[in-house]
Design a protein around this ligand. Structure first.
Ligand code: PEP
Ligand code: CO
Length: 452
């Protein structure tokens, strides 16, 4: 069957006819079935119209008229769920966005890896510690991080917990972004106490002062700052890797306005490096929903593969529908990225180019922690901007694993975190994230790259 024919017969469950990698071995199919039925009866988390608005904003990004900032945890967890944690994740994204907007004088499209990022693809099905082998941790959506037989058993009831935690997270985010917290007049309050005295914190405070002065200036000129919502609310979109297709299917709904299908678990969904087979189930599933879609591209990605992906995911070549998230690693990017960008451009494919400088730069440190060097992250970003400038294409955005907390998971940055310090606050359930100060520092460096 050709993919076009398959697409003609697309339904939310037609992916089940294809090979789906990275799916859990649920022990009891009956349990899974009951959970999925319950989820299918729940209200959607987002609306189709919102996904369409995001796609419009991403079309702006593709033309170089806006910049995409996508970021958040590698994996959200049930244990890490609290109002404070959500607020702090929002704060750092807002701070970075302000630094970028102010520094690069471009609107920033803010997309969180949040309110649904609970499932992880794994390189190996098993984890070995000493002489014990257990099923790998696949994210809180599937099993538990603790290293025991019982914890690693996949449990479908977790999918319902994911839904409810995502709903509560999104509810708070909507309240924060609409209810005054994200007000530009509060720009100083997003600077966390433990950051204020650092160089990044002071630099941020200087930007915040400038913004406060600019707002006063506008008011003095007669602009009705108090009543213009532009100054008091922000749009924060949600995204996660669409990995567990049963879950995504259960939250897929037909839009009553257009009759089109949307995956209402998040505004934007992406396909990971391990599941981007153009003929696989993940690509097929997402080909049928109207949301904007991202695809991760590692160092082996080719123009032919991208064309095959685009022909399925974006056959009408709509700007903003498809975001290519390159994650080649600082070492491979200079060699791999220019050819790929040229090839995709020559094929006339409308895409947003984004850079994930995290997933190609992971290694295990001497003290045994999975980590990343801040300098490698920067190197890959510099290559990304350099290549797109050279090729005459648009470096549209970044995709970062970060947290609002003061963790010690990535090496370097202005705090110069060293290997021996990783153990102080290593809290991630999966990959190492930039901490608050490293993220802010990155935003300032990114703003410089964007200005150039
Ligand atoms: C991720 O984004 O957490 C991830 C697993 O990325 P990738 O698919 O690029 O490896
Ligand atoms: Co990750």
């Amino acid at each position: 069957m050709t993919s076009v024919k398959l697409h003609d017969t697309w339904t939310p469950s037609s992916w089940q006819r294809l090979l789906a990698g990275q799916q859990p071995n649920w022990t009891d199919p009956g349990d899974l079935e009951r959970t999925l039925l319950a989820l299918a009866a729940q209200p959607p988390l987002v609306f189709a119209g919102e996904a369409r608005s995001l796609q419009q904003s991403l079309a702006d990004v593709s033309r170089g008229e806006a910049f995409l900032l996508q970021g958040g945890d590698c994996a959200e967890t049930f244990a890490g769920f609290s109002a404070d944690a959500i607020r702090d994740k929002l704060k750092i994204l807002l701070q970075m966005a302000v630094v970028l907007t102010y520094g690069a004088q471009l609107p920033v499209v803010k997309v969180g890896r949040i309110a649904g990022q609970f499932a992880k693809p794994r390189s190996s099905d098993v984890e070995t510690r000493g002489d014990r082998k257990l099923p790998a941790y696949r994210g809180d959506a599937v099993n538990d991080l603790a290293f025991s037989e019982e914890a690693r058993e996949p449990d479908p009831a977790r999918l319902e917990r994911v839904y409810h935690q995502s709903a509560a997270t999104l509810n708070l985010l909507r309240a924060f972004t609409r209810g005054g917290f994200a007000d530009l007049e509060k720009v100083h309050l997003w600077n966390q106490e433990f950051v204020r005295d650092s160089r990044q914190g002071q630099r941020y405070a200087a930007v915040a002062d400038e913004i406060t002065r600019a707002l006063r200036f506008l008011r003095a000129c007669g602009v009705d700052v108090a009543n213009d919502p532009t100054f008091h609310t922000v749009e924060l979109w949600t995204s996660h890797e669409a990995l567990l297709l049963d879950y995504e299917e259960a939250l897929t709904r037909r839009d009553s306005l257009t009759g089109d299908w949307y995956d209402c678990s998040a505004h934007m969904l992406w396909i990971g490096e391990r599941t981007r087979d153009p003929d696989g189930a993940h690509v097929h599933f997402l080909s049928g929903v109207g949301n904007p879609i991202g695809v991760k591209l590692g160092p082996t990605a080719t123009g032919d593969e991208v064309e095959a992906l685009a022909s399925r995911l974006n056959p009408t070549n709509e700007p903003g529908r498809l975001t290519l998230i390159t994650r080649m690693g600082a070492q491979d990017a200079p060699e791999r990225l220019p050819g790929l960008v040229r090839d995709v451009t020559q094929r006339g494919l409308a895409v947003v180019w984004s850079c994930d400088p995290m997933h190609g730069n992971t290694f295990v440190s001497e003290t045994g922690y999975k980590t990343r060097r801040f300098t490698d992250v920067l190197d890959e970003l510099r290559t990304f901007f350099g290549v797109h400038t050279q090729e005459g294409t648009t470096p549209g955005g970044v995709h970062i694993e970060l947290t609002g907390e003061d963790v010690t998971e990535c090496l370097g940055g202005a705090q110069e975190i060293i290997d021996a310090q990783l153990s102080h606050r290593y809290e991630t359930a999966c990959d190492p994230r930039l901490n608050n100060k490293q993220s802010l520092e990155l935003a300032f460096l990114l703003a410089e790259m964007l200005r150039r």
